[in-house]
Design a binder for this molecule. Structure first.
Ligand code: GCW
Length: 677
């Protein structure tokens, strides 16, 4: 076994012989002329997939043999054949169809562009990987978002900020001369789910990345990615004109600063003609930015946008800003700083907003900026790396977390104005659109540390392509492609995956608790932290437990953060009677004896959740143990050990939090709670 290196592109043998026979029958011949790099890559992938799954290699022909031929290409590459299709699939969409061409039946994979064909090929292979029939196909698909980007928080010394899967996959030392096979496999995996961009360095950026030496290295990566439809982007340090250029200032309104960036952009595009653009973290957590010169986010972003515009590059400007010098509730800062600049950003700026207002917690309400800036493109930022979700030790399938945010109703354009619709630009067609995922990839043999963490990379790609896809379907596809299509494995493990995030919320931060992890590591419980150097790094700042009760009052009586939402949302969450249990302590400070929907007191409910959370991890392990023999022994054993460790840590979370909060509630652990070990 490869221990997971091949990800969901393992192409294991189709075990159902009858089905394999039918597939082979229809794939005896192919019309697949390939002269461009993407088409060559598509063809190589196609042949590799068929060889792996069916041990078949279609014979190359120029004329269709009816019922036994697959035809792959664009109208241009297939110019000998009369092919037409709707425009609606755009530049990256594709069609997979059973049709008649010149009166002969065939399977056609086609698109407007070579990269569209590549996507079509991956999706055709997926049909076989998941054992679907291919005899009467009519698939037309296209991405709903334009920029589908992985953000690597990788430093130039190969450490990875919040990375739990080994060192960075980018070997800067050996680049540009050594092009690791990993870069190609990385690009294949991304293309297979439609990811079309990669920011290769940390948002806490090093100015050095813009030096000629590094641009050569970046160019070597870009040359690999291009074949797979992936553009490369860089995180930039706002003070680069000073640090790298020797200027006295990085003030975005200074002509010499503008000139420096424009020159730098020209230089980059000389190396990389299809360079994607810049990602910027400015004036947050100590990073430099326009505010350091008395200028605004819009001044900073627009200056960079001007430098990139002649080359069609974009600026992804992050809204994750907070600062202990700004008093008040950290929840509110991004909205306060960005909302006033709605409509003030250039067309090629997209404001990148984390899914929630604090920081990638196990559960957060959706960020109040979604829907609040009608004239500004907003790019969703999800975190795949499990900074607050047990690193790569805990099994947490994140698609339900993504879906919960995407399907939340902002009410900003009336009922049904979901976050998904906002980021798709449904309410303002002029805007560019996108989704970013903070990568969970490292140099570990299996890329992501935990075998199941691969599912988060996979699910991110699928949801960036179409944010409304169902987590359950994505999980089933991933399991089939990664492990086996055996229902007796897929069905229980899919259940495990779908339940996993809620389990983790329960044993870490139930009922709307947040940011009570160990200070700075963000691993393990730390509800007692109250001397972390700044108030908003303290757990006590967030849970506010005292002898009377627990929770952060964000109603008008408290920080009033709720006023940043539409009136409907504010009314719903602002009233403790209608506020869902899941968000309760995000918005309310309640007494320990408060009566919950379940009939239990708040204290009993809290205890019950912690115990249920830990218990469900134990159950997950028991389910897994019964599946021995259904997949390769290596990954089976690895996951088994990980689940045992996860259980141990879930118990630690439970006991630490229950005992700590009990020192305030002074109430007993009710009979009927699941028993401790
Ligand atoms: O989640 C927090 C992390 C920081 C990170 C920051 C950010 C890259 O703890 O490590 O820095 O967010 O998103 O900028």
């Amino acid at each position: 076994a490869d221990n997971g290196y091949k990800l969901w592109l393992e192409y294991h043998k189709v075990s159902n012989r009858q089905l394999a026979g039918v597939y082979r029958q229809q794939l005896q011949y192919m019309v697949f002329p390939a002269s461009s790099n993407p088409l060559k890559a598509a063809k190589a992938e196609f042949l590799m997939g068929l060889d792996g799954m069916l041990s078949v290699k279609p014979t190359e022909v120029t004329n269709i043999v009816s019922g036994q031929t697959i035809v792959v290409g664009t109208p241009k590459s297939l110019n000998a054949l009369p092919i037409s299709f709707p425009d609606s699939i755009g530049n990256e969409g594709y069609l997979i169809k059973t049709i008649f061409i010149n009166k002969k039946q065939c399977t056609l994979i086609t698109a407007n562009t070579d990269v569209g064909v590549l996507y079509g090929v991956f999706n055709f292979l997926k049909l076989i990987q998941t054992n679907q029939t291919i005899s009467k196909l009519s698939v037309a698909d296209h991405p709903r978002l334009m920029y589908r980007v992985l953000d690597h928080w990788d430093n130039l010394n190969r450490t990875v900020e919040r990375g739990y899967a080994g060192s960075s996959i980018w070997n800067w030392h050996k680049l540009p001369d050594i092009v690791d096979q990993r870069y190609i496999d990385y690009a294949r995996a991304n293309a297979s789910v439609g990811i079309n961009g990669a920011v290769v360095n940390n948002v806490n950026a090093d100015a050095l990345v813009l030096s000629p030496q590094y641009l050569l290295k970046v160019q070597a990566l870009a040359n690999v990615f291009r074949t797979y439809g992936i553009r490369i982007y860089l995180s930039i340090k706002f003070s680069s004109p000073v640090e790298l250029g020797g200027l006295k200032t990085a003030d975005p309104l200074e002509p010499e600063v503008k000139k420096w960036w424009a020159g730098k952009a020209d230089e980059i595009y000389n190396y990389i003609p299809d360079f994607g653009g810049f990602l910027v973290k400015a004036n947050s957590e100590g990073q430099p930015g326009p505010q350091s010169y008395g200028r605004t986010h819009a001044d900073g972003a627009n200056m960079l946008a001007d430098a990139l515009a002649p080359h069609h590059g974009i600026v992804m400007w992050r809204a994750f800003v907070y600062d202990n010098k700004v008093p008040d509730d950290r929840f509110k800062q991004a909205y306060n700083e960005f909302k006033p600049f709605d409509g003030k950003f250039k067309d090629n700026v997209i404001v990148q907003v984390k899914n929630g207002p604090i920081d990638f917690q196990p559960r957060e309400p959706f960020h109040p900026l979604f829907g609040a800036m009608p004239n500004t493109p907003l790019m969703m930022e999800f975190q795949l790396t499990q900074e607050y979700l047990g690193f790569s030790t805990h099994l947490v399938y994140e698609a339900p977390l993504f879906a919960e945010c995407l399907q939340a109703d902002s009410y900003r354009y009336g009922k049904g104005s979901t976050v998904s619709r906002v980021i798709k630009g449904d309410f303002n067609k002029k805007l560019i659109t996108g989704m970013a995922g903070v990568a969970n990839i490292g140099a570990d043999l299996n890329w992501c540390g935990h075998p199941f963490a691969q599912a988060n990379w996979y699910a991110f790609g699928r949801m960036a392509w179409n944010p409304d896809q169902s987590p359950a379907e994505i999980a089933a596809d991933w399991l089939g492609m990664t492990f086996t299509n055996d229902e007796s494995f897929v069905s229980p493990v899919k259940k495990i995956m779908l339940q996993s995030r809620e389990n983790t919320v329960n044993y870490m931060t139930p009922l709307g608790l947040h940011h009570i992890m160990g200070v700075s590591t963000h691993y393990g419980p730390g509800p007692w932290v109250d001397n972390a150097g700044r108030p908003d790094w303290n757990a006590t700042y967030y849970h506010r437990a005292d002898s009377a009760g627990i929770g952060f009052d964000r109603t008008a009586a408290g920080s009033n953060a709720l006023s940043q939402y539409a009136p409907e949302v504010k009314a719903d969450w602002g009233n403790m009677k209608s506020c869902p249990d899941e968000y309760l302590l995000w918005f309310h400070h309640l007494s320990w004896g408060y009566k919950m929907r379940s009939g239990r007191t708040l204290w009993d409910e809290l205890v019950w959740r912690y115990y249920t959370g830990a218990e469900s991890v134990k159950q997950m392990g028991l389910t897994w143990n019964k599946l021995q023999g259904k997949i390769d022994p290596e990954r089976f054993a690895e996951v088994k050990q990980l689940m045992q460790l996860q259980f141990k840590e879930a118990v630690t979370w439970r006991d630490a939090c229950v005992l700590y909060f009990q020192s305030f509630s002074r109430m007993p652990i009710a009979a009927g709670s699941p028993k401790p070990e």
